[in-house]
Design a protein around this ligand. Structure first.
Ligand SMILES: [Mn+2]
Length: 330
């Protein structure tokens, strides 16, 4: 089947999902609360309606998200015969599913892309992409709401987590009245204090040791307009930390006075560096990430550099400085 790359409306997404006898729901690599919460919320509701659902995420969930109801059902090996309907949750591109998913795998399937990234390439047959949503979880809520009241505590917990994490606890600029309205509708079914504690207040000690190393490496180039940390494999090993334990570092270092953009470089393996960027305002980090084949949002984006850590740091820093300078000319 040719992929048509159609823009889909909410009604299209609802119809496709409501009619599916079987579905594969895909979360992106380096999974976060939005991709996992959105996928699992969809899974719970579709399954209740009689759809046979498989959830796939190539990588393990971070420890602080393993409380999500249904997390144990996520498989890490792609089924050899994918179901007729394949749903991407929060994936800006199909390759965000990870290397197991090959384009030919999807030839016999109908694909649906539910997402909110500005860098979304409309890669599916049906693309329900709304870049005004602060989280894919908001869009999933809209879909599920059309199928009935959203009152199941498991579903509510998954969607609330998706929105809380992607909005930075309702603080990032993308947080809209809709984000808050969806959260308000879910609120009666969620113990928000318990949820907050599970996501944010049970950090492993190794994460503290990693933070210590991150702060020791923190620099403020571009006259203090950039906050930058590069963590090597040796840093993770010395802290006894996993790669995803540095997630909080970027939001910490962006918050210093005068900092306009923050960069965190993580050496995932020798010669492969994962880069996260945040902008506090004018700089469009989606554009910077795009120069390295990545993407995301204007104020939060990421990419992968196949370089050593030093070269990746220099190149990303240069590109970010250029973006910040060009922004001033506009
Ligand atoms: Mn998201």
């Amino acid at each position: 089947m040719e992929k048509t790359g159609k823009k889909a409306a909410l009604a299209d997404a609802v119809n496709l999902l409501a009619q599916a006898e079987e579905a594969l729901i895909i979360s992106h690599v380096a999974p976060d609360g939005d991709t996992l919460g959105s996928a699992l919320a969809l899974a719970w509701v579709l399954e209740t309606r009689g759809t046979a659902v498989t959830c796939f995420c190539e990588e393990e969930a971070p420890a602080n998200l393993r409380f999500l109801p249904g997390i144990e059902r996520i498989v890490h090996v792609l089924p050899s015969e994918p179901p007729r309907l394949v749903v991407f949750a929060d994936c800006a591109e199909a390759r965000r599913a990870g290397p197991q998913l090959r384009p030919e795998t999807l030839r016999q399937t109908t694909t649906v892309n539910i997402d909110h990234h500005v860098s979304n390439s409309l890669y599916a047959d049906w693309n329900y992409v709304d870049t005004k949503a602060a989280a894919t979880g908001e869009l999933v809520y809209g879909i599920l709401r059309r199928l009935g009241p959203v009152k199941d505590e498991r579903v509510a917990l998954c969607l609330y987590t998706a929105i809380v994490t992607d909005t930075g606890r309702f603080s990032f600029s993308g947080t809209t009245a809709r984000s808050l309205r969806v959260a308000a509708a879910l609120r009666p079914y969620v113990d928000v204090a318990a949820l907050n504690e599970m996501i944010y207040e049970r950090r492993p000690l190794a994460q503290g040791r990693l933070l210590e190393r991150a702060l020791a490496r923190l620099t403020f180039p571009a006259g203090g307009k950039i906050a930058l940390v590069a963590l090597s494999l040796a840093d993770y090993a010395a802290a006894g930390a996993e790669l995803n334990m540095s997630e909080g570092v970027i939001n910490y270092i962006r918050a210093f006075q005068g900092v306009e953009a923050a960069v965190l470089l993580k050496e995932a393996e020798s010669g492969l560096v994962r880069v996260s960027m945040r902008s506090n305002g004018a700089a469009d980090v989606n554009r910077v990430a795009g120069r390295f084949g990545g993407g995301g949002h204007k104020r939060a984006a990421g990419c992968v550099c196949r370089r050593d850590l030093r070269a990746a740091t220099e190149e990303v820093l240069k590109a970010l400085k250029e973006e910040m300078d060009s922004g001033r000319d506009d």
